[in-house]
Unconditional design. Structure first.
Length: 203
């Protein structure tokens, strides 16, 4: 399993930051949002020649899907496809109870946020990543003189995490696997000990 094409559900700053890195590395990127591809032409052009505006159906056909929508919008996204079997989804969401403005904490205990997201996307293989950093830290070149920007990740499927780790490394980040969604997701989710923390992996 390798991830060549990247699709986004949501095209906010965080998704665009990851997508731009992927496009610069030569990966075809399909940007989608709730308003349709006509609203994303300028964003796709800014992200590089490998990026294109896409429909939801086109984005979810990619090898790897970046889920970057408000937490409260996840159930509606899940219903748009119904059966997510065979799709690998990177959960970039954070557990804000409200999205305008982002505020409050959506408590879905005893589940972690990512376990709850996985329930909304039946059949999907879920990887939690790129949620602990603000987009302003994701967008710059992750290769710094002092070391590479760390990206925490968690997931229950080792077969999916392995190629994701290779992709993240290719983009210049330093992946740190925190284990399963239950344990690792709890560390990364909003109000978790690694939420909003930014680290460099010393070379």
């Amino acid at each position: 399993m390798e991830f060549t094409t990247i699709g986004t559900i949501g095209a906010g700053p965080a998704a665009r930051a990851v997508a731009a890195h992927a496009a610069r590395a030569g990966h075809p990127v399909l940007l989608s949002n709730s308003r349709g591809p006509d609203t994303l032409a300028d964003a796709a052009a800014a992200d590089g020649p490998g990026a294109a505006a896409a429909t939801f159906d086109e984005a979810v056909a990619a090898d790897l899907i970046l889920l970057a929508v408000p937490f409260v919008a996840v159930p509606a996204v899940g219903r748009r496809l119904g059966d997510w079997s065979g799709r690998v989804v990177v959960d970039m969401t954070n557990q804000f109870a409200r999205s305008d403005p982002y505020s409050g904490f959506a408590d879905v205990s005893p589940l972690t946020g990512s376990e709850w997201v996985a329930q909304q996307l039946p059949g999907a293989t879920l990887i939690k990543a790129f949620n602990a950093m603000y987009s302003g830290y994701i967008a710059p070149d992750p290769r710094h003189r002092e070391g590479n920007q760390v990206v925490f990740l968690a997931g229950d499927d080792e077969r999916a995490k392995a190629p994701f780790t290779r992709l993240v490394t290719e983009l210049g980040f330093a992946p740190v696997d925190l284990g399963a969604l239950r344990e690792g997701g709890a560390l990364m989710q909003l109000d978790g000990p690694l939420s909003g923390k930014h680290f460099l992996f010393q070379n």
